[in-house]
Write a protein that binds this ligand. Structure first.
Ligand code: ADP
Ligand code: MG
Length: 374
């Protein structure tokens, strides 16, 4: 089952919180809506479910216009941030409730309940009541209740947000496995970029009610459409340095980088990820470019050292982060030279945040636009 939004807008009074969104989720696809709190993710999901009216635009489920169709006729299972369990029912009764409504035969119902409980590790708790469970356990009951329904469409709103880190990792893997096995079209809302990148076939990055980029996780990471996407996805975050592009070089107070194919631009931001940088010694050099910095802090995470350095940017004092091997050591405040080790450098307009593409890329983008129009 596919779901599609066309030109969807949502206004509360005079405030527009969803500003013209087009999304198509193909049958069996796992789409993640990713963005900061308040960007309109929950509103979008509720409009898909029919729980919220659409101010403008259309919602289609498998080509049928369901914009004004009630939620109960949409064959959708939802899991919310707040999991709304029935307090007077046990875990088993809560999980089995959708099957009770469908008048499923008793032994088949019991089997489905146990199966779903196993998937979310709740078998020992089937006889308990919601008040006797932790927040994370309650959330898993809500997940299991959505699973037993075998719906044609899953809509999930931050369903793992109340779980501790270890369980969240485990449930992430379970969810992905299950979704692929059942082949149920899924739309999943999160503000957690790691969750988005690991779960999704496609990610829609949203900011202020507008889709910034709708793409595969790989392309979102390797080819961000603008400064917002570049900064939102990746941990530690992409480094941003303000400077000037002139005669095929990006220069700032501390940085000097080759970018032969880029056009001159006076208010540019260069973006480079921490894994594409390394701190070098006096005898080493970089073909691509270097940045002069001072060590600010070192954090050993186990398999690597996250090195934060301070630099002078065109505008202000800034920080940049470099991923180094676990045995890297240096004194705080020591001057260092950072080399760029990969061609994966991005340029943006400082004011608009739009991506500045080099001449060859620009030609490619125009080609694609032309063929999309023809
Ligand atoms: N019922 C409502 N009335 C007025 N404003 C609302 C209502 N629901 C949500 N909003 C506003 O719409 C914006 C988007 O909210 P929401 O979709 O919940 O964001 P997200 O899920 O991305 O955090 C927020 O600014 C929120 O305050
Ligand atoms: Mg929300």
């Amino acid at each position: 089952m596919s779901i599609e939004l066309k030109g969807v807008r949502k206004r509360y009074g005079s405030v527009e919180v969803v500003k013209g969104v087009d999304i198509t989720v193909e049958d069996g696809q796992f789409l993640v809506l990713l963005g900061p709190s308040g960007c309109g993710k929950t509103t979008l999901l509720r409009m898909m479910a029919g729980l919220e009216t659409v101010t403008e635009g259309k919602v289609y489920i498998t080509d049928e216009d369901v914009t004004d169709v009630l939620p109960k006729y949409r064959d959708i299972a939802m899991v919310f941030q707040s999991y709304a369990l029935y307090p007077h029912m046990t875990v088993a009764e809560n999980i089995g409730y959708p099957l009770l409504l469908r008048k499923t035969e008793e032994s088949a119902k019991q089997k489905a309940i146990v199966e779903a409980a196993e998937k979310v590790h709740l078998e020992p708790y089937l006889d308990r009541y919601p008040r006797q469970l932790s927040g994370g356990q309650r959330q898993r009951v809500a997940l299991a209740r959505a699973m037993v329904r075998r719906p044609r469409l899953f809509l999930m709103d931050e369903p793992l947000s109340n779980l501790d880190a270890k369980l969240r990792g485990h449930m992430r893997a379970e969810l992905k496995h299950l979704q692929k096995k059942l082949g149920v079209t899924t739309v999943y809302v999160t503000h957690d970029q790691i969750e988005a990148m690991t779960l999704a076939d496609k990610v829609a990055v949203i900011h202020n009610g507008v889709i910034q980029q709708l793409d595969t996780p790989r392309n979102i990471y390797n080819d961000p459409a603008n400064l917002f996407v570049a900064g939102f996805v990746g941990s530690p975050q992409m480094n941003m340095i303000r400077g000037v592009i002139q005669n095929g070089r990006f220069s700032s107070v501390a940085a000097d980088v080759h970018c032969q194919t880029m056009q001159d631009h006076s208010d540019a931001v260069m973006g480079v990820r921490p894994e594409d940088l390394t701190i070098i010694t006096d005898t080493q050099s970089s073909q691509i470019g270097t940045i002069k910095a001072r060590i600010y802090s070192l954090e050993l995470t186990g398999d690597e050292t996250i090195v934060t350095c301070s630099i002078e940017d065109k505008v202000e004092q800034a920080q940049i982060v470099v991923r180094m091997p676990p045995d890297y050591e240096e004194q705080i405040d020591a001057p260092v030279e950072i080399a760029i080790t990969s061609e994966r450098i991005f340029f943006f307009d400082d004011e608009q945040g739009s991506r500045l593409r080099d001449n060859s890329e620009q030609a490619l983008v125009n080609d694609t636009a032309m063929s999309a129009m023809s």
